[in-house]
Design a protein around this ligand. Structure first.
Ligand code: PMP
Length: 352
């Protein structure tokens, strides 16, 4: 007999993150994670956490963490939204802020979660091709749209744009909400968060997963006008009131208060990124000028798919996307200097 209930099940193609291998002794450079531990202050906050408090629901507004983020960006608590990783923040933002009949606009090469959310929430979208140099052309986004979302720096290209670029984008779009996804902005990029004071329709999102080494806790945030933030809160409170757990509130707050460790770690990653870039270039690779914690590279005479597969056999995991225009590129997360030594050694073996 036909099981008709199956016709009513949602059919959707989900986002596929970088492989999370649990194998030991691998060099894991495929998910843009931070190779260094979280701030010692955050580690201490977790150690000192009174687990008996988990009996209670967390502070519904995650106030201690919101206030710390607000101070960091020089805004008020009413300008901060929190979520379970910035994926959650972006998913809420898509539902809350992209309710036009017009398609939302984003680049053809970008974070592959955007089309997934559009499909899930029924949001029409239109993509605009990045240039041959992989740069985003702000002029493309003058066309009427239902919203704009752009990562800065972009992923997987690693290319960042300045605040002037973002301001132009917002000025071209007075009738829609512009979201700037700053997941990778702390590695030498320029944050557009201060612009949210000037433009009520600009939302800037960020995460503790990359620059703050807390991918396992899941803390994401958005900075924007009180009006935008209130709508995000209303949508979030329509599906899950407690997206930030008590432990994340404590550890996240400790992390953001330890600015010294944060800056030192980001600077170490930037230094290793520059070293990795020059070593790859010396081996004949073309490497885009990265402002992120990963590089995007290609080689004129070798197959990047083969290199990706070869490195995997050597327990070095990087990322390869079988997509038009970038099917001979690889995305490599910046690891420690020791991991970079292993990576370069294995790449030299591959090139032999
Ligand atoms: N934006 C971009 C561009 C990303 O690459 C990622 C990480 N996959 C995220 C947002 C989300 O990261 P998280 O949910 O860990 O904050």
């Amino acid at each position: 007999m036909e099981q008709t209930w199956k016709n009513n099940l949602r059919k959707i193609k989900p986002y596929v993150p970088g492989e999370q291998s649990r194998e030991k002794d691998i060099v894991k450079l495929n998910a843009n994670e931070n190779p260094y531990p979280p701030s010692p202050e955050a580690v201490e906050a977790i150690r000192a956490f009174d687990a008996s408090k988990l009996r209670l629901y967390p502070n519904a507004d995650a106030t201690p963490l919101k206030e710390a983020i607000a101070d960091y960006y020089g805004v008020s608590k009413e300008n901060v939204f929190l979520g379970n990783g910035s994926d959650d923040v972006l998913a809420v933002a898509f539902q809350a802020l992209f309710n036009s009949d017009l398609p939302i606009a984003y680049p053809d090469l970008t974070y592959s979660f955007y089309p997934v959310w559009c499909d899930l929430f029924g949001i029409p979208y239109k993509t605009y091709p990045v240039g041959d140099d992989f740069r985003i052309n702000a002029e493309d986004y003058r066309e009427k749209n239902g919203g704009v979302v752009i990562p800065n720096p972009n992923a997987p290209t690693s290319l960042g744009e300045g605040v002037d670029f973002v301001e132009k984008l917002v000025q071209y779009n007075p009738d829609s909400v512009v979201i700037i996804d700053e997941a990778y902005n702390d590695f030498g990029g320029e944050t557009s968060a201060p612009l949210t004071k000037k433009y009520d329709n600009l939302l800037v999102t960020g995460t503790f997963s990359k620059s703050r080494s807390l991918a396992g806790l899941r803390i994401g945030y958005a900075i924007g006008s009180a009006e935008l933030i209130a709508v995000l809160e209303a949508v979030k409170n329509s599906y899950n009131s407690y997206t930030i757990d008590s432990l994340s509130i404590e550890a996240g707050r400790a992390s953001i208060l330890d600015n010294e460790y944060f800056e030192a770690t980001c600077n170490k990653i930037i230094a290793t990124r520059e070293r990795l870039t020059s070593e790859l270039e010396a081996l004949g690779f073309t490497v885009l000028p990265s402002q992120a914690n990963f590089v995007f590279a290609t080689h004129a005479s070798r197959s990047m798919k083969e290199m990706f597969e070869y490195l995997k056999t050597k327990k070095v995991f990087i990322r390869y996307f079988a997509l038009p225009r970038i099917d001979n590129y690889v995305r490599i997360t910046v690891g420690t200097d020791e991991e970079t030594d292993v990576l370069i050694r294995e790449i030299k073996e591959f090139l032999k």
